[in-house]
Design a protein around this ligand. Structure first.
Ligand code: FES
Ligand SMILES: [Fe+2]
Length: 365
């Protein structure tokens, strides 16, 4: 397993950005969830009062009890009907100190005096969007630098919302996954694509790949299109959104989040425009969209299988006909370094790139 340091990405171990930390369905009960990301433990829960999502540092400042680890024996949990979430607050199972959504202790049942100011945990900026829970992570503690991921298609009745496929943990540094955005050479051998036109573009916090051509699994000879167009963008380091026009008009999302340095968690979903062109999706639309999501998941698993077993690519043997790996890695570095240095990395990567011998996507066919 290789680390951020091994890839020489910058001063921070984990990158700045929006990251998925849970499938919203995991918070359908009132039980808090113990989650671990960025080398830290957290307590994640949905407030009972407002439904608001709250993410707190996990350990109670009193004596370091985990606020959200599974507990079935404390009377705090038993008396709470199997949960220690109260309103939008959470009560520690050990001595029953209670913390609000802002992370401040607001009740110590056996104490009359003022609550010590130090009795608080950090509360993180989280949003519920696209059926997922996303956190803004910033090693410098700054406010979000760009808007959290959202899509109008999610709320459009003509589109089928997918479920999140939990692809599990991958013992690789996220660099290996981010490399995929420029990996022109793997599209044929891994995915069965016959690429007609291809290009990458880096602008600010976004890295884009545009390509079109045939595809063995995501196009159809009858009915749908025989050509697959994909317009795929990393919105920051951990959220990939791809607009697909092939068998169906689709938005694909792949999210990955560091758990520890060199270990990530990965999710995948699709939103599919009604395959039968309905304005309100029907059960037939649902069936077709679910099948398409499964094809897309299997296409992504083609990458995943290689990543599961490969050694870290700390310095590749790249050739001019490969995609712009070094530019992508330069783009990725902006998130591992102070914001004040961001432009230095962008100056070295912003632009449009076409692999040697390929035809640019933006060139008319
Ligand atoms: S350890 Fe949390 S209240 Fe004592
Ligand atoms: Fe791929």
């Amino acid at each position: 397993m290789a680390t951020t340091k091994d890839y020489r990405l910058g001063e921070f171990t984990f990158p700045r950005g929006w990251f998925m930390i849970a499938d919203a369905q995991e918070l359908n009960t009132h039980k808090p969830l113990a989650v671990r990301f960025f080398g830290k433990d957290f307590a994640l829960y949905r407030g009972r009062a407002t439904g608001k999502i709250v993410l707190l540092d996990a350990y109670c400042p009193h004596m370091k009890t985990h606020l959200a680890a599974p507990n079935t024996t404390s009377y705090v949990v038993i008396d709470g009907g199997g949960s220690n979430v109260e309103g939008d607050s959470i009560r520690c199972p050990y001595h029953a100190w209670r913390f609000g959504a802002d992370g401040k202790c607001d009740d110590i049942p056996y104490h009359d005096g003022p609550i010590p100011a130090a009795a608080c945990v950090k509360s993180w900026t989280v949003v519920e969007s696209l059926g997922g829970i996303f956190v803004w992570y910033d090693p410098e503690g700054g406010d979000p630098q760009w808007a959290h991921p959202s899509l109008p298609q999610w709320d459009d009745s003509a589109w089928v919302r997918g479920h999140w496929d939990h692809l599990g943990e991958l013992r690789q540094h996220p660099q290996e996954v981010v490399d995929n955005i420029v990996d022109y050479g793997h599209l044929g051998p891994i995915h069965g694509s016959t690429v007609d036109r291809y290009e990458n573009e880096f602008r600010g916090h976004m890295a884009t790949q545009r390509q079109c051509g045939g595809h063995r699994t995501l196009t159809s000879a009858d009915g749908g299109s025989a050509v697959l167009h994909t317009d795929t963008t990393y919105h920051g380091p951990g959220v990939l959104i791809s607009m697909l026009t092939g068998m169906f008009e689709t938005v694909l999302m792949i999210t990955h989040t560091p758990i520890d340095d060199g270990l990530i968690k990965v999710w995948h979903t699709l939103i599919v425009k009604s395959p039968f062109n309905n304005t309100q999706v029907t059960s037939a639309d649902l069936v077709a969209a679910r099948q398409y999501q499964e094809s897309s998941r299997l296409a992504f698993c083609q990458d995943f299988e290689v990543w599961t077993n490969k050694a870290p690519c700390l310095s590749g043997l790249f050739i001019p006909s490969d995609g712009p790996f070094m530019k992508a890695r330069m783009w990725y570095r902006q998130f591992f370094n102070p914001r004040a240095q961001q432009q230095e990395y962008l100056d070295q990567c912003e632009g449009v790139y076409v692999p040697k011998g390929a035809i640019a996507y933006s060139q008319p066919a």
